[in-house]
Design a protein around this ligand. Structure first.
Ligand code: ZN
Length: 237
């Protein structure tokens, strides 16, 4: 058995070497044959990578520059949702941005002294709530999105999500809540005359070409943060 073992020990590595040599040359031939294709694949992948690297900062910039470009959807500008810690109550069920609370309450007090009774109807609305409002009302009223957008903002595009918007009604004429007829109330006349003193402004007046007139919807522009939020809207009037 000894000589056999010697032969085996010698023969196997030789066979292996021959096999390896053969496979190496086959592999090399295949590599040469496919090299143009591999080169093509490599350049495509590299190009894609470069393009992705270039695109990423642009898309990030786009997101940040929302205030500097016109990205309207159905006439509405995009607004971010305000962080919860900046919200405070002005009514048991109505929250607004902390920057505008004092001004809003002072405005209500000033109106009261003139015999005008403001009622706050809606302040901060989360994007989720706006989502419910926009889609449920749209289907209830059997309206197309574009029609609905004339009277309600799509989610992510409402001034209410910034905490700087407030819908106001007349406490003595509640039937005019959220109605164009609100413009005939004493409250609206008072607001037209006095709201600017408290840094409030009508968001969607009769001249707005995108959105229907909303005499009840006012926004606060009395802080730098608020001005930044509405800069794009003011510039595109
Ligand atoms: Zn509103």
């Amino acid at each position: 058995m000894e000589p056999n073992k010697d032969i085996n020990q010698f023969e196997i590595p030789l066979a292996k070497r021959t096999y390896l040599n053969n496979t190496n040359s086959i592999f090399l031939k295949k590599l040469l044959l496919f090299s143009p294709f591999l080169l093509f694949l490599f350049s495509i992948t590299t190009l894609r990578l470069i393009r992705n690297i270039e695109l990423e900062p642009i898309s990030k910039l786009d997101f940040k520059a929302v205030g500097n470009h016109n990205h309207r959807i159905l006439g509405h500008l995009p607004y971010k949702e305000i962080p919860k810690d900046k919200l405070v109550f002005v009514e048991p069920n109505i929250k607004v941005h902390i920057d505008m609370r004092n001004s809003l309450l002072k405005m209500r007090e000033a109106a009261k002294k003139d015999g005008i009774y403001l009622v706050f109807l809606s302040g901060f609305r989360s994007i989720n709530l706006q989502n419910e409002i926009f889609y449920s009302l749209k289907s209830i009223r059997n309206q197309e999105a574009a029609e609905r957008a004339r009277v309600s903002a799509p989610p992510g595009y409402s001034e209410h999500s910034t905490g700087f918007a407030i819908d106001i009604g007349d406490a003595t004429q509640r039937e005019t809540d959220f109605e164009t007829e609100f413009e005939n109330t004493d409250t609206f006349r008072w607001l037209k005359k006095n709201a600017a003193r408290f840094h409030f402004k009508l968001s969607f007046d009769k001249n707005n070409k995108y959105i229907d007139y909303e005499p009840w919807h006012w926004r606060y522009e009395g802080s730098i943060e608020a001005l930044k939020v509405f800069e794009n809207s003011n510039r595109n009037l």
